[in-house]
Design a protein around this ligand. Structure first.
Ligand code: SF4
Length: 280
């Protein structure tokens, strides 16, 4: 007797759609340069399908910001965030480091320099200078040569050696873990302090606002401010505390891979229907 044939299992349409969306988002992340691995930026060529559960307020119905008169898109924060976090799941910082001091030094070096170049420099630097004392006692001229290729080497040298000395003198050689103390170190503002706190200590105290975060927060309509501290305050009202670091990194990745300052790729941007600056 012939064996009874197993009925073919039908996959519900919703599951098929979800699988297609996942595959498409995966392809997008690959084409965008996977943020979990430190791959170089690549050209994004296609728009992914993403899962949407939040219905956005149509752009035509958005209120205006009081000062600039630009569309105020804060009501759509959750709808936009839902999409962006699918594109860059578990975003990870692209700088290489192992200790809070190395995060601090690498972040100071990253001003006006690519993360890739900083990683090239710190690969050698972190082997040459091992302890805070090594940095505090470094010869400024030699140290300047060591970090020359990151640019602005004179001020970066002063800030790194100065920070090492202050950490030794005032904090017993341990990098402090509060915003107040970190921002007393030479060359350390809120952006650097936020990065050290989140990535060095796992503390979400604020949102690091760099040039990408500033540009995207304005373009997408989450703020009308130009000052990074005011932008940070606006974003902190929208995001959950535990998502502060992810939000900063996600906006940075989207700024690097899709929403380029000169040539934003709105045609492949999955939030184009919710972005007041799309195709402008
Ligand atoms: S739609 Fe265009 S301007 Fe808006 S976030 Fe996307 S790439 Fe940037």
């Amino acid at each position: 007797m012939a064996a009874k044939k197993e009925p073919t299992k039908k996959i519900p349409v919703s599951e098929k759609t979800a699988a297609a969306s996942a595959a498409s988002a995966k392809a997008f992340r690959k084409s965008a340069g996977n943020p979990d691995t430190k791959t170089p930026r690549q050209t994004v060529t296609r728009m992914p399908e993403v899962n949407r559960t939040i219905k956005p307020v149509p752009l035509s119905k958005l209120p205006k910001f009081p000062i600039s008169g630009n569309p105020d898109n804060r009501r759509n924060f959750n709808a936009v965030w839902e999409i962006l976090r699918q594109l860059y799941p578990m975003p990870d910082v692209e700088l290489d480091f192992e200790t809070p001091w190395e995060v601090l030094a690498a972040t100071i070096l990253s001003a006006q320099c690519t993360d890739r170049q900083v990683n090239t420099v710190t690969k050698v630097l972190f082997k040459k200078y091992k302890t805070i004392e090594d940095y505090a006692n470094a010869d400024p001229a030699e140290f300047g040569k060591d970090i020359y290729s990151t640019g602005f080497y004179n001020s970066k040298t002063k800030h790194i050696i100065g920070s090492a000395n202050m950490i030794l003198a005032d904090y017993n050689g341990a990098v402090p873990d509060t915003m107040e103390e970190l921002t007393k170190l030479p060359g350390v503002g809120r952006k650097t302090a936020n990065i050290v706190l989140s990535r060095g200590f796992g503390i979400n105290d604020g949102i690091a606002v760099d040039t990408h975060v500033k540009r995207l927060a304005n373009k997408i309509g989450f703020t009308e401010q130009e000052d990074p501290e005011k932008i940070e305050r606006d974003l902190m009202k929208l995001a959950k505390r535990e998502e502060y670091d992810d939000l900063s990194l996600t906006l940075i990745f989207h700024g690097r891979r899709v929403c380029d300052a000169k040539k934003p790729k709105c045609e492949v941007c999955p939030i184009q229907d919710m972005c007041p600056s799309a195709f402008m």
